[in-house]
Design a protein around this ligand. Structure first.
Ligand code: ADP
Ligand code: MG
Length: 575
């Protein structure tokens, strides 16, 4: 193996030469405490920064087995070390400018409030590895070797020294991270045996700093209190007993006046399909992992979805058992969003009136009298919500401040009052008997079919120009997929840009490996989930990349369904 002295002499030799000469440093070099792997060197100072890895032998790094053995600990430690590396970068080189373009940049995946399986850091019995990007410095297009030497021989060793050695880290905080992560996984496992879809611990801090800042609101936050009648107590593996509010399976309403914290509670629930970091405020809140937020999304593309459980008799006889449109309405989009998520196995739906189509949610008595059922294409959710539960075992948590008609179909009613929940199920029952809605139920005797669809591989094309795969991502908002763009803004449970990239790559992976014109979306997503969790996210690309975080199959399916070029057909029905 080459040594750091070799690297230094190459850099000194190519100083001031054209940027392409940086290619010569590609390779592996032994430093004092680590190995530096220069995997890919950028072509010019404005291009994607160069991809590098650092490996520290476990003998030197010194992480005890109990910090990474077992899936859960491993994920926790990889996430923690990524955060330490990121912090170290900010401390060692806050400015990150050493010339033209991206010169001077050192970058690792910057995690948010969730603990996710990431490729930015790896750990096993043999080594710890960090994967990051470096903008190799230049003035104009000529190499600045002196600056590169500072980055690779001074800054980088400092960053590595601060983050990848057990003895340099705060053991208490490190173990807290691992234990909080472990407790959340364990708590989530306890939901189903207790017939709960979610749990929010006493003392949790649910409100966020702002609509664009996911950190906890610190001042003036009212901490969570569980109503007595919904209290559950669980024993966690590392931190003992925890008491909080359990949300039972079935149909749950969150009601209450405007601005009393309904949406904040629902947001916390939908985010708690992921584990949160210590101090987040939601680190003792968990939700069943296949719960999905559903919202209206007018304008979206829909490709061959049987939305007939909710929508029938469209004008001019448009078929709703095989519905396609490049421009869905609020109600048809919300219907398709539900059916598509049932297709890939969602077990709970979270719906907020703030982001729903009113006519999808409710048709009241007066409107039923005015517009006959035959003339109204929409069967509102209120008339299907119990069938979803009884026939398909799918629970719903619904924020409705606006319609008491839903009292008829609720199992549990939670009222928010000045950010404090109360159980109001008994009051709601009383009102149901005293004040009739006089609605007639329009839902029929069965929910209806959810049919398997088979995507056509040829319709999933990421090529653009000469490039076979051209993918760009815009945070968690969208994907440029070949000549298509995929709008992801309605997938609220996509939480990290690194998940977005993994979603995009997953579509390509599925197309190249598994789509054969026979396998339905449901099966494809199961295969993907298996590969990503068993083999790891590295299956998504030929070169090792530090830029992936594990997405749920629900969001991958969500992206596939929103690809405007998608063509699909129904699988043969065997039953
Ligand atoms: P609703 O959906 O009931 O209209 P929101 O959940 O949107 O209300 O909350 C309204 C405002 O109150 C938001 O700015 C939110 O951040 C804040 N908020 C919510 N819960 C709390 C809490 N527990 N403590 C302090 N502020 C809160
Ligand atoms: Mg609201």
């Amino acid at each position: 193996m080459k040594t750091k002295t070799d690297l230094r002499s190459i850099l000194q030799r190519i100083d001031r030469r054209g940027y392409k000469a940086y290619r010569e440093i590609q390779g592996t070099y032994q430093f004092d405490d680590f190995t530096l792997l220069l995997d890919h060197v950028q072509g010019d100072p404005f291009a994607e920064p160069s991809r590098m890895r650092v490996r520290v032998d476990q003998a030197r790094a010194g992480f005890p087995p109990d910090t990474y053995q077992g899936k859960n600990r491993e994920i926790g430690l990889r996430d923690y070390l990524t955060r330490q590396f990121h912090q170290a970068i900010l401390q060692v080189c806050p400015r990150q400018r050493r010339g033209t373009g991206r010169s001077g940049l050192i970058q690792i995946d910057a995690p948010g409030q969730e603990i996710l399986l990431r490729t930015s850091c790896l750990i096993n019995e043999r080594f710890v590895e960090a994967r990051f990007k470096v903008g190799l410095p230049a003035a104009g297009r000529s190499i600045l070797a002196k600056e590169a030497l500072v980055m690779l021989f001074h800054e980088l060793p400092q960053i590595v020294g601060m983050s990848l050695f057990m003895k340099k880290l705060n053991h208490r905080l490190l173990y807290e991270h691992l234990e909080v992560n472990e407790d959340q996984d364990a708590l989530r496992q306890m939901l189903e045996p207790s017939k709960l879809v979610a749990f929010v611990a006493e003392g949790s801090c649910l409100p966020r700093m702002s609509g664009v800042d996911d950190r906890p609101l610190e001042e003036a936050a009212v901490l969570f209190r569980a109503p007595e009648s919904l209290q559950f107590t669980f024993t966690l593996p590392t931190s003992g007993e925890v008491t909080g509010m359990g949300i039972p399976e079935g149909v749950t309403l969150i009601i209450g006046g405007g601005y009393h914290g309904k949406s904040t509670l629902l947001d916390a629930l939908q985010r708690s399909v992921y584990n949160h970091i210590p101090g987040d405020g939601r680190e003792r809140c968990v939700t069943v992992s296949d719960a999905v937020k559903i919202r209206a999304e007018d304008g979206r593309n829909i490709e061959t979805v049987d939305i007939s459980p909710f929508i029938n008799n469209l004008p001019y006889g448009k078929d709703t058992t095989s519905f396609s449109t490049p421009n869905a309405s609020g109600s048809t989009s919300q219907a398709a969003n539900i059916i598509e998520m049932l297709e890939v196995g969602a077990t709970a739906l979270f719906i907020d009136e703030d982001t729903s189509a009113t006519n999808f949610m409710i048709r009241d008595r007066r409107m039923q009298l005015m517009v006959a059922k035959e003339k109204e294409p929409i069967t509102p959710l209120i008339d299907k919500i119990r069938l979803l539960c009884s026939e398909r075992g799918v629970s719903t948590v619904l924020v409705v401040g606006g319609s008491g008609d839903y009292f008829d179909v609720a199992d549990t009613v939670i009222g928010m009052e000045e950010y404090v929940p109360k159980e109001l199920t008994a009051e709601a029952r009383r009102i149901v008997t005293e004040v009739k809605t006089q609605r007639s139920s329009e839902g029929g005797v069965s929910f209806g079919d959810v049919r398997d669809r088979i995507p056509m591989a040829a319709s999933i094309d990421a090529s653009r120009g000469k490039r076979e795969v051209k993918i760009t991502t815009q945070g968690t908002r969208g994907i440029g997929f070949g000549t298509n763009t995929i709008d992801l803004t309605a997938l609220e449970q996509l939480v990290s840009p690194s998940q977005t990239l993994a979603v995009a790559k997953s579509l390509v992976y599925l197309r190249n490996n598994y789509m054969n014109g026979l396998r339905p979306v449901r099966e494809l997503m199961a295969m993907l989930e298996r590969d990503l969790t068993v083999q790891g996210l590295d299956v998504l690309s030929k070169r090792s990349s530090g830029e992936y975080a594990l997405p749920r199959r629900l969001e991958v399916a969500g992206a596939l369904n929103r690809l405007r070029s998608l063509r699909a057909k129904y699988a043969e029905q065997t039953d």
